[in-house]
Design a protein around this ligand. Sequence first.
Ligand code: HAM
Length: 411
Amino acid sequence: MIARPRGTRDFLPDEMERRRDLESRFRTTARLFGYREVATPTFEETELFTIRSGEGIIQEMYAFPDKGGRSIALRPELTAPVIRMFLSEARVAPRPLRWCYFGSCFRYERPQKGRYREFWQFGAELIGVDTALADAEVITLASHLLSASGIAFTLHIGHLGFMRALLAPLPEEIRRQVRMCLDKHDLPAVGTVLRDAGIEERADALVSLATCRSVEEAIAISGLPDDEAGRIRTTLGLLDAAGIAWTLDPSIARGLDYYTGMVFEAFAENLGAENQVMGGGAYRLSHLFGGEEVPSVGFAIGFDRVMVALGETPPASETVVAMIPLGSGAPAAFNAARAFREAGIRTEVDLSQRGMGAKLASAAKGARFAVIIGDREAAEGTVTLRDLVTGEQESHSLPGAINGVRAIGPR
Ligand code: HAM
């Protein structure tokens, strides 16, 4: 037996139907906001991700030389590919661009529930606008998408400016270590890093900022410049106006290195360790890929984590017809199956050589109706419609049977 690679999953039909249902909720909601779907390749030149994704991502990357000796990486995320695509395909398009995407990502992480080596993201990028309104629109979209999924979640909003102001005097290496500890929400480790560096006096201010939930207090502790503070107030005011529930969290540092301003994350209420279901923020990447500097803001939802949070929801009920050919009835049954499907009714033909009793028993496992076509029905041009729940059975014309099935509906 050849096993699946570690950290990957197979999806059986029930699971696949649930996944498609969630995907379509996400697409419908994104479309209501004017976000149109784009797609990029599953692999890219490795450099696209090493330029500014941050050490964490680089260490987890599936990167390898291809047969031509080029360094290729399976995408660990889609923001860098989308911005690359924007530069090569849509640089002159009217801005802002509202794009969304759904695709697989690959990270060589230690697998556990909610953390996989192949996983899917549904994300959105708003490209070419740098306003409080832009930040607020993207956060509103993220929140609406998660609400549309049906999970219970909390939305946390931060701004890199809070910590930036406090950390600015520290050496880059210390800043990096502090950011990593903050990203893991490990405040005691922040104290350790600062103590080891002999700058413990910063620790108190950092911890009180990290745990502060009041916007005005956070602005005061961090000494944020007036223009940045004003913009944060405007963004949060717009979220209130849009009816979005949020909590301030100045400790959000984000694991990727390209963010510049507003940052935000959402956490599912019923998940354990891997409960972050969405992350994003304002960022600049295009100037690093050879274009001009274009402000952008976006996020990605961890699709698989939302699926875990949703649990095993029952599949949507659907009318199913079992088409049962007997004797010389197969051609008429194939024709009748076509007519039922054209009417939008799921129809599964019994393909076995079994007797009538066995065929009906197998039909009753999944179908609401059996349509039986034997020698007599084939000769008369009729069908026998049997309700598998009530056991009632009647002879009908083909259109009559279709109407009968429609009138009663699913199981
Ligand atoms: P990220 O926080 O690295 O951000 O990933 C976004 C989401 O993907 C996470 O919140 C999590 O739900 C999910 N995720 C990450 N790793 C895994 C994994 N190994 N298994 C399952 N789910 C996972 C980004 O990727 C940015 N590109 C988001 C963004 C878009 N920022 C601006 N635009």
